[in-house]
Design a binder for this molecule. Structure first.
Ligand code: SAM
Length: 217
């Protein structure tokens, strides 16, 4: 059962999503710039649970020579740096709504700066073209709010996948069932792997989808 702080957290972001997409994006940008006022507000770089989640996520990715990788909601670039190390020949793009987070992500990924782009963008209005053969979105979809925004965000994630591309979603379990449902319903995507990691105090799901090989009309 969801805990009260989590219910309040979700209600807060549901309320923001009553605004227009543009208004919602503006409030989220300000909120997450404020949230990142001190470095690494979620301890993503130091927490053993987060490290375990990153390893579990990378372990679920089908072994292929990916060339263009996108991380949506990359925050300060902790996972982006791991991705760059795990895929040394790939070009990586990290997007986040917070400019302040991206400035720190730039520092964290400087070893791979020549092949890493960090871009301020809103998942809900994302338009980068059908260009990526591997896309990650972890611990971000619960900020999107009401169902029509979640549907829109899910469409954006599917819409940036190249034919045959792989999408990896990582969110708390069992809430992931709600957060991933529009991706599950997308007929251009098939789920090729799903693992629920329920041994820890905060269970999470890693779900992997593949876009159909044929280019969508
Ligand atoms: C909890 S952090 C997750 C970081 C990373 N994905 C991970 O798992 O380590 C969520 C990030 O999503 C970003 N974010 C929230 N809403 C967003 C949106 N609509 N578009 C892009 N980024 C967003 C926040 O700024 C924050 O950096």
């Amino acid at each position: 059962m969801a805990r009260l702080p989590e219910l309040m957290h979700r209600a807060f972001f549901q309320t923001i999503s009553l605004l227009s997409p543009r208004g919602q994006g503006e409030v989220l940008r300000r909120y997450f710039d404020w949230w990142h006022r001190s470095p690494d507000p979620w301890q993503l770089g130091t927490d053993g649970y987060e490290r375990h989640k990153y390893e579990a996520t990378l372990g679920q990715v089908p072994a292929r020579p990916y060339r263009r990788i996108l991380e949506v909601g990359c925050s300060e670039g902790v996972f982006t740096g791991l991705l760059a190390a795990a895929h040394p020949r790939a070009r990586i793009m990290g997007i986040d709504i917070s400019h302040r987070a991206l400035l720190r992500a730039r520092d964290r990924t400087r070893d791979a700066a020549a092949r890493t782009a960090l871009v301020q963008a809103d998942l809900v209005t994302l338009a980068t073209g059908r260009a990526f053969d591997l896309v990650f979105c972890a611990e971000t979809l619960y900020y999107v709010g009401r169902p029509d925004r979640l549907r829109r965000a899910s469409e954006r994630l599917a819409g940036v996948l190249a034919p045959g591309g792989v999408l990896v979603l990582v969110h708390p379990w069992p809430e992931a069932e709600r957060l991933h449902r529009f991706v599950e319903e997308d007929r251009a995507l098939s789920r090729i792997a799903h693992h629920v990691h329920d041994a820890s105090h905060r269970p999470f799901s890693v779900a992997v989808y593949q876009h159909e090989r044929r280019a969508a009309a």
